[in-house]
Write a protein that binds this ligand. Structure first.
Ligand code: MEV
Length: 446
């Protein structure tokens, strides 16, 4: 029985063939499921062809909302941020933080560095002294052999910045590493970096083979792997907001601007010292970051992995943002390592990503780093502001209520009635169902 659910040659079936096989073996209502999944195919075949090209074994498209958070002032320029996210309240929170800081000088951001890293991991049965003695010649060879790959990037102002030899034998027997630093300009650079590294791996093997002064064993080098590192602490951007404490509006009457600033700083401090809170705090930051990363078709897994590694850089997982209240001034900032592209990858292939980039004024990768760091900081500001004042459920529940009403197919009239009914009540799935049942019973015609 279970065997029927396995198949060989799935990838060779047509898209329709894949769907037919799938619905037949995994769904109770094959025809309807097939119809529903096909209803998400793009009506324009050429567009659909583009989407199908992004991945393998595609059977349909998975939709996510594409929203806009307007009114972001970043380094004096106004942006409307494209955000792709499935979670309610995120876009609303970003928009509200944008508006808040628009009246207080806006957001500031600065790229600190843009260096990326790649590694060739290899084992070699010889001494570091011997390796060190041939390294200058090896380095020249690596650069020479990879010249056809690096030429184009060099013309764009990037390329390989340095190649270091690291002795890792204290951690693992015979383990050495080439650590290569790169500048990849406006591309994220994954393909470029990996191609260069694989060329280095080939050159490394050939170079050792040619060392006549080496023993037979020393002429053998075993390349374990050659791959970029998604940890890019030297591809770093800072985003910040600042204003006199007296200019802060706590947004609730019961608290003064001074108390708001102190409580805010304390909340950020808690995320610095407690990993449980830090994880949620940083999750909120990534609500903003990922949404713009996705909207611009950048690699959100790489961005997340890097951000969380950086948050643990001193051995404890901590908040990515920091806050200081000093001499009557409120300063709130975020340091974010992030490798992005505005050319290459899917950035120009995905039709909506292309529109997102156009909406942002076709930014350079550096400018996009700044914009995305600001999106993270704004989201964090909005979340912490809510948490220390009203709590987050108030805002969340509005969207939650909306989603539940949509689920029950509520009419416009019912939505309006439900919103006023639940304005002072706790929203839950069953409470909304009960409300609708009673309301519908009362309003049945006749
Ligand atoms: C929810 O997606 C994000 C928050 O939990 C972030 C936070 O607690 O700072 C609100």
């Amino acid at each position: 029985m279970q065997k029927q659910k396995t198949i060989s040659g799935f990838s060779k079936l047509s898209k329709k063939g894949k769907l037919e096989w799938l619905v037949k073996h995994f769904f109770k209502d094959p025809e309807n499921v097939m119809r529903e999944l096909m209803s998400f195919w793009h009506s324009d075949e050429a567009q659909q062809h583009i989407f199908d090209g992004f991945s393998e074994n595609t059977i349909s498209n998975y939709y996510l909302p594409f929203g806009i958070a307007p009114n972001f002032q970043i380094n004096g320029k106004i942006y409307a941020l494209p955000m792709v996210i499935e979670e309610s309240s995120v876009v609303a929170a970003a928009s509200s933080a944008a508006k808040y800081w628009l009246d207080r000088g806006g957001f500031h951001a600065q790229v600190i560095k843009t260096t990326k890293i790649g590694q060739v991991h290899f084992t070699w049965k010889g001494s570091i002294q011997l390796l060190g003695s041939v390294f200058p010649a090896l380095k020249e060879q690596l650069i020479r052999d990879a010249a056809p790959i690096t030429a184009n990037m060099e013309n764009r102002g990037g390329g390989v910045l340095d190649i270091q030899l690291l002795d890792m034998t204290h951690l693992e027997t015979d383990f050495y590493q080439l650590r290569v630093s790169f500048e990849t300009c406006d591309s994220m650079g994954a393909n470029f970096i990996n191609s260069v590294l694989e060329s280095y791996a080939d050159s490394l093997r050939a170079f050792f083979k040619k060392q006549t002064a080496f023993s037979e064993e020393e002429q053998e080098v075993d390349v374990i792997m050659s791959i970029l590192s998604n940890y890019t602490p030297e591809c770093l951007v800072r985003a910040w907001v600042e204003c006199p404490v007296e200019d802060l509006d706590p947004c609730v009457e019961a608290i003064t601007a001074d108390a708001f600033a102190d409580k805010f700083a304390k909340a950020v401090r808690i995320a610095q010292i407690d990993p449980y809170r830090a994880t949620t705090h940083n999750k909120g930051i990534f609500n903003g970051i990922d949404a713009v990363v996705l909207a611009t078709a950048n690699d959100f897994r790489a961005v997340e992995a890097c951000g969380h590694a950086y948050a643990s850089r001193d051995g404890q997982y901590r908040s990515l943002s920091q806050c200081e209240v000093k001499d009557g001034k409120f300063r709130f900032w975020l340091d974010l390592p992030i490798a992005l592209g505005t050319v290459g990858g899917l950035t120009r292939l995905h039709p909506i990503a292309r529109k997102s980039l156009e909406l942002l004024g076709n930014p350079s990768a550096k400018e996009l780093m700044e914009i995305i760091a600001v999106a993270g900081l704004a989201q964090n500001f909005a979340a912490v502001r809510s948490l220390i004042t009203t709590g987050i459920q108030q805002g969340h529940m509005k969207m939650h209520l909306h989603n539940i009403l949509t689920h029950f197919g509520a009419s416009e009239l019912e939505v309006g009635e439900a919103f006023s009914y639940f304005s002072d009540k706790v929203v839950s799935f069953s409470a909304v169902r009960e409300f609708l049942e009673i309301f519908r019973a009362k309003t049945i015609p006749g």
